[in-house]
Design a protein around this ligand. Structure first.
Ligand SMILES: [Zn+2]
Length: 367
């Protein structure tokens, strides 16, 4: 089964189908309607079951022996989940360097409306990953910067959650995440402006491949903390659905650093945030709510984001200090504090968040 979604990859998938037919295979094309979600997955299982009966095979594995997922992170996640549930081989063909989903043994499930629901740990990584530079180079530049931000998050999240781990592999993964961050810091701008350069190859591979390798070596304990929890919270707002995964995660890194400043008085976090904001500006990545298209967001909607990110079981609680929704709100609206002035529409929200934060400090933590 060859799985895809967007019009953008339709011609490419047609070509792949023709190539598979020319090799004597009989591929079944399938289209996803939504982000990686249960509705699409059950439709696909249905499609595979009918393929089985039309071929009169004894089991679906005789009709379909592998899932080839071609597309962005959500298509790759859907392909991995489908293969995982049906015990089929999985081949991923990322069409951009926007995430490391082509490599990892992890998939995110969303609602049909695009809101994050939960992540699922898979038995293993995909059996084969095809990373074709010519293909990935055609993707919009924003996909590369999204991949850069998502890959940089590895260091900011893993160093907080796992730097004290006694496990040697986790220690190596954390150090690899630091090297990855340094390389991206040095070469991201060159790669962004010059897709024909060697820097582009290194940065695209670092974002889509090395980031996945780190997830594999470090395992579940060194994956995500506050940056991804903020991403998950932001997906609850429909106004945020147009921005890419990594763009929201990058913003989430700034929120996490802000939390470290507010709650553990980490002075290095201020420097790291300044350094990142400078790079993100050059890469046209969002550094504040306004950049994410949320300039008209209400305080209630922001509270909804914070409540989701702070719910029990959220990765946010892997931070070494407790975070209440109120303090998270204060961090969310002040990611550029001390670096750039807050946009006009946010002053009122910031003032209100600060008032509630003061209130919370007087009455003790509320989560
Ligand atoms: Zn991610």
């Amino acid at each position: 089964m060859l799985l895809g979604r967007s019009d953008y990859t339709a011609a490419l998938r047609q070509q792949l189908l023709a190539d598979l037919v020319s090799q004597g295979l009989a591929p079944l094309a399938a289209e996803l309607q939504f982000d990686c979600c249960e509705t699409d997955l059950s439709n696909l299982v249905q499609q595979i079951t009918s393929a089985k009966s039309s071929l009169n095979a004894k089991s679906h594995t005789e009709a379909i022996d592998a899932v080839i997922a071609v597309g962005g992170g959500k298509v790759l996640d859907a392909g991995k989940l489908l293969a995982h549930r049906l015990g089929l081989a999985c081949i991923t063909v990322p069409t951009s360097a926007a995430t490391c989903a082509g490599w990892t043994a992890l998939a995110n499930l969303y609602s049909t409306g695009g809101a994050f629901e939960r992540d699922v740990t898979l038995d293993r990584c995909p059996d084969l990953l095809v990373f074709d530079h010519a293909l990935v180079r055609q993707a919009p530049p924003a996909t590369l910067t999204s991949g850069i931000a998502d890959a940089m998050a590895k260091w900011y999240e893993a160093s907080v959650s796992s730097s004290n781990s006694p496990d040697g592999l986790v220690q190596q993964a954390v150090q690899q995440a630091r090297v990855l961050r340094d390389q991206l810091m040095l070469e991201a701008e060159e790669a962004f402006h010059n897709p024909g350069s060697e820097a582009w190859v290194r940065v695209a591979e670092a974002s889509a491949l090395t980031a996945g390798l780190i997830g594999g070596v470090g395992g579940a304990s060194c994956r995500t903390v506050a940056a991804h929890a903020v991403h998950n919270g932001l997906t609850q707002l429909s106004a945020c659905h147009d921005s890419l995964h990594g763009a929201k995660v990058g913003f989430g890194v700034l929120v996490q650093l802000r939390l470290e400043e507010l709650l553990s008085e980490n002075r290095l976090a201020v420097q790291a945030r300044r350094q990142l904001i400078s790079l993100f500006r050059k890469l046209k990545l969002p550094v504040c709510l306004e950049d994410l298209g949320l300039s008209r967001v209400s305080l209630e909607e922001l509270q909804q984001v914070c409540a989701f990110a702070c719910q029990p079981g959220s990765d946010l609680h892997h931070l070494p200090f407790a975070v209440s929704p109120t303090v998270l709100l204060a961090a969310l609206v002040s990611t550029t504090e001390g670096c750039e002035a807050a946009p006009e529409p946010h002053r009122a929200v910031i003032a209100q968040a600060e008032r509630s934060q003061l209130e919370a400090t007087r009455t003790g933590p509320d989560a």
